[in-house]
Write a protein that binds this ligand. Structure first.
Ligand code: F6P
Length: 538
């Protein structure tokens, strides 16, 4: 069936299915069996999505009509599917075992990947063994990752998520993440750090990002004030660069020995698997980092080879396509019931909205349908006390992702284990009430204000345990889901032209900040420039 026919069939289905309520769909005793799917340590429960077997079949036909199978092959085989930048998107090649080989333009990039991993391992072990010494000869005990977007959010999310997996040698090393352009994070952090024991990691694919270079320059000034050893030596002891543009990092002053590389064919928001994950490897050790890669690689194999009807990324993508394009649901909440995943919402905001927040298709035509919804989130139990009111009784239809681990705390005390059971109960309760509304309790609301309509669709992702492997698989699940959706919408998820104009405009405005009033901007900008001039110079 071609794409247009499949799309029309879904529109027709939506005409009738839009009125279905989840409380009726959930009457089916086989519902959970039919709509939950397992892959290794991960269960994808779509039984609270407003799907029927007929819808799912029609959605799979849509995927076929969009040649999803060929697109998946194109992704994995290194075709230039980032068509606006004429390059492949090969983050999956970052998590292949060392014995594989992957030829790209006559070069075995799997060898390149593993050579950089080995260099990274060497640096990580120097840090863990306290052999990396600062300007005074004392060992480094603090790592500050300076980066933004993909050079910050992924490593920060994973480091936070997997803290309990740190090997003993890693415990002596504190890790901080700095991204804010205005220097506020850095200025307050530096007050508590010892320059002699601090190593900065300048993480930037392009090595041109203003935010990162500004923070790196502030860090360099801070070190220069603390030590009068010659600059090249100071930078060599206290900076590592991670970049796809080593020449730029060297121009900035970094030593070639201290540079870890990755490649143009790794998108920034897909880069935590590369040397951009250095902070992760310091936190959980190289074995932990490899387990993370392995989890992602297992999800890659599943995505590449499993049929659509049992393929987790495909099914997750299609359930959301149904919501976005056929049920008019344009808001998406990410709700981890696990404090360790506090940074997952911010990470997914970039992954999803920078990838698919587009309205021009691969052929340069305006798309005729909705694409990426607005996505936001928070640790679920905290969000219960903040914005769940809107989820339960607001006027917006919102789809929700609940993410939770079945097992936690192992041999830790009973009170922590009971906190985990409390969290699980809350997670299940919220998913149930969002789906069923008042009928969850078999009692009618006693007033209009206490009425819960329900019928808010949700996905529940249950991990057996939050391990490096499970987290790797979870992130890869989301990466591939984003890819499947881009195929259905016929957009390129691997560029981000939308962020460029703002950067250019900031460069244009910079000389006018605090200077004499200038003409030539719009009236609002000129008005503010005038105000600023008075406030900063007056
Ligand atoms: O401005 C957007 C962006 O280019 C993201 O795509 C990227 O993750 C981030 O900035 C940081 O870029 P870089 O790693 O090149 O500093």
């Amino acid at each position: 069936m071609d794409k247009e026919t499949a799309w029309r069939a879904l529109e027709q289905l939506a005409d009738t299915e839009r009125t279905h309520h989840l409380k009726d769909l959930l009457q089916d005793p086989d519902r959970f069996e039919q709509f939950s799917f397992r892959q290794d340590e991960l269960l994808l429960d779509l039984s609270r999505q407003r799907l029927t077997p007929a819808t799912l079949k029609a959605l799979l036909q849509l995927a076929e009509g969009c040649q999803l199978g060929s697109w998946i092959e194109a992704l994995f085989s290194g075709e230039s599917i980032n068509n606006t930048e004429q390059r492949p998107a090969l983050h999956t090649a970052l998590r292949q075992p060392a014995h594989n080989s992957f030829m790209l333009d006559g070069q075995d990039i799997n060898q390149d990947v593993h050579r950089e991993l080995e260099r990274m391992e060497h640096l990580v072990s120097q840090l863990h063994q306290q052999q990396w010494r600062g300007f005074s000869g004392e060992p480094i005990d603090t790592l500050v990752n300076i980066g933004v977007g993909g050079s910050d959010l992924g490593p920060m999310m994973v480091c936070h998520g997997l803290e309990e997996f740190q090997p003993a040698a890693a415990r002596a090393i504190k890790i901080h993440f700095i991204s804010s352009m205005d220097g506020s994070q850095l200025s307050s952090l530096l007050q508590h750090l010892d320059p002699a024991r601090t190593l900065f990691l300048v993480a930037s694919k392009s090595f041109t990002t203003a935010d990162t270079l500004a923070n790196a320059a502030t860090a360099r000034d801070w070190l220069r004030q603390a030590s009068d050893i010659p600059d090249p030596l100071l930078l060599k002891r206290h900076f590592i660069g991670i970049t796809a543009r080593p020449e730029k990092a060297q121009e900035w002053g970094l030593s070639a020995d201290n540079l870890l590389h990755f490649w143009d064919w790794v998108g920034g928001r897909y880069s935590l698997w590369s040397t951009i994950g250095f902070a992760i490897a310091v936190r959980i050790g190289m074995d932990g980092f490899k387990a993370l890669l392995d989890g992602a690689s297992r999800m890659d194999n599943h995505f590449r080879h499993a049929p659509g009807s049992s393929n987790l990324p495909v099914l997750l993508a299609l359930a959301e396509i149904w919501n976005i394009n056929f049920l008019d649901i344009h808001a998406h909440a990410i709700l981890p019931y696990d404090g360790r995943l506090a940074h997952l919402p911010a990470y997914l905001e970039q992954l999803e909205m920078e990838s698919n927040g587009k309205s021009v298709d691969r052929d340069g035509q305006r798309v005729q349908h909705r694409t990426c919804p607005v996505l936001w989130g928070e640790i679920g139990p905290n969000a219960q006390h903040a914005f769940y009111q809107l989820l339960h009784q607001g006027s917006e239809a919102v789809m929700c992702d609940f993410i939770v681990a079945a097992n936690r705390y192992g041999d830790a005390g009973e009170s922590l284990q009971s906190q985990h059971r409390l969290t699980l109960a809350n997670c299940l309760a919220q998913a149930r009430v969002l789906a069923l509304g008042d009928s969850a309790l078999d009692q009618a609301a006693s007033s209009a204000w206490q009425h819960y309509h329900g019928n808010q669709p949700s996905t529940l992702i249950l991990l057996d345990k939050l391990t490096p492997g499970a987290l790797g698989a979870l992130i890869a699940l989301y990466e591939h889901k984003v890819f499947v959706q881009s195929v259905i919408w016929n957009i390129n998820p691997f560029d981000q032209w939308g962020v460029e104009l703002g950067k250019q405009m900031a460069n244009t405005l910079l000389p006018h900040i605090g200077a004499r009033p200038q003409q030539g901007f719009d009236t609002a900008t000129e008005g503010l420039l005038n105000e600023l001039n008075q406030l900063t110079t007056g």
